[in-house]
Design a protein around this ligand. Sequence first.
Ligand code: IVH
Length: 710
Amino acid sequence: MYTQDEQRALFERSKQFLQTGIEAGKSQQHQLDDLRQLIIYHEYRYYILNDPVVSDFEYDQLYKLLERLEEEHPDWVTPDSPTQRVSADLTEDFQSVPHLTPMLSLANSYNADDLFEFDAQIKRFINADPDMDIAYVVEPKFDGGSIALVYENDKLTRAATRGNGVMGEDITANARVIRSIPLQAAFSRQGIYRVEVRGEVLIRKDNFKKMNEQRLAEGLPLFANPRNTAAGGLRIKDPKEVSRRGLEAFIYTLGYAVNEAGEDRLGRFETHAESLDMLGALGFKVPGPERKVCPNIREVVDFCLHWQGKREEYPYEIDGMVVKVNDRQLQERTGFTSHHPRWAIAFKFQAKQATTKLLNVEYQVGKIGSITPVAKLEPVPLAGVTISSVSLHNEDFITSRDLRLGDTVLVERAGDVIPYIVKALPELRQGDEKPIVFPKYCPVNDTATPVELVREPGEAAWRCPDCVCGAQDLERMIFHVSKDAMDIEGLGESIIRRFYELGWLRNIADVYRLDYDRIAQLEGFGEKSARNLRESVDKARQNPLHRLLHSLSIHHVGKKVSKLIAAEINHLLDLRNWTVDDYLHIKDIGPVVAENLSAFFHNARNVEMLETLETLGVNLRQTDEDRPKAADASAPLHGKTILFTGSLQKMSRKEAQEKAEAAGAKNLSAVSSKLDILVVGEDAGSKLKKARELGTVQILTEQEFLELVS
Ligand code: IVH
């Protein structure tokens, strides 16, 4: 539809508008024409191709500019302006279905002033006193894929994507596998026969992370971000695959409701909050504590700014808050434009995406010799920091995105997710971009003989099999002293690097041969810090065996495997005599891990290093902590199975599970007849319902649980 040259020109022109806005000396009408074309292009990239080249924030800025110009020059507004229509074309993959009422967009605001203006505008529109207080509901603006669910006679009969707002795509089969979408809901109790509820399909950030970790381990291409994974998930042709994505649906509005005679039933709810409460009571997932009824716009502003600061703590991706007039009659009086309701506005958080140039790729060697490509970028500000370097993970990450040196790339920094490249923008290529050639030999090794890299079947990374240069040893030392491994306080990554540069550390054994007098002389240290460091190192010498084993950076030998092995041996060097089969006899140890362990302990250099550690006073013997604990029958939850649901207020889910385990319980992940105890936090949903139905599950509040285990 657009040639590469056209796309490049549209992109450049967009950037120009974003930088300079509307320019005073030039023809306003030409600028309006340009803006209109730019927005049509960006909408095509977003809605039709599902592949935007500017961030939502940038798109919104352009849209606002267009709105402003059109407001100033109403006679220049054309019927094909993006502001004048709700519709765009659809892709043809799913059957098109009409929404019961159009799914409109929202107007946007970016700061407190915009919100005050929104409030003032409503009062002007209804000729109200400017000092009057209007109550608003503020909710998260979920960043996923929108859906509209139709229930008839209490049954889910249809689910559709937003599509162009008037027509959506029928994705009923997919919606049925999303657990937070009830297949039945008792609307008839409200006198409602046909209803359309609307919401957003999302993936929890931690689930997304886990899913990608799993994919990385399996060598599968990674998902770009939770939003695309959720929105894309709705349109997968195979509902089974959809169910594996862990999608969840939050419902945020009741779009349409009639009784059997076709008469409106929306009017029976006095407020928006009341309709959400009703939906919650019917089993829908609705925004919980993060939703607030604010008595006036000042509190709205406070609440929005509060969430702007806490956005990253929210378990789902949100890109802003949505402010809605609470009173339904007032909503009706203000009505809609062709684009959005006048009674609602989105408060958008700062941008998280930006475009920049990929200048170069450097390669780092990890603790087990994995080669990680790192992209060097033209520095670009993004959500409060400047990004100039991002990991490209592995060769497949580069090939799956067809990244090239010199490409313009879209970078995203989403909360606790470290910055990454979402994609390249091939339509902006000039022709002089160069392929990224993954090295064949260890890129760090500077000895005369190059070391050829290997990639095992099923592994995503290329590795340097027997690294003789220091890069791997350095990474191993950093891991060795880390919290999860030997936990040597005061000896973090930067100090290890510093001592390494000084030539004081070459391998793990050197950690136990440090010269504390010399350290005391170092800038930033002194007697006291040196003494503290000595104490931490001495303490680490006494660590249980499983910590030492974990700290050795044996591929795939993590905390859990280390504990399993340590429980079986008296002395670490006993493993010199173990065969692969011996390892396989331990439950939960598979062939890959067994091979890795066996290879490590049959390597003379490793054995020698461990012997040296022992002469340096490091414990290689099994300690009490390594021995498996006999199940304590007096533990408060001995032999019980337990599950946590809803959001816990006093501890994280992980802490709760650890407490339960320490008290003798086993954590389960689903409600079934095997479950003994369900601990319910706030907004517990379907799990609580199911447990109640079973009738055999003991249901505890968070407080009751804490009292039981403390
Ligand atoms: S209300 C007529 N509430 O934002 C009212 N929308 O730009 C229309 N969205 O695609 C929407 N969270 O899917 C509303 N709490 C929320 C929302 C929300 C996310 C999405 C919606 C739409 C877009 C509007």
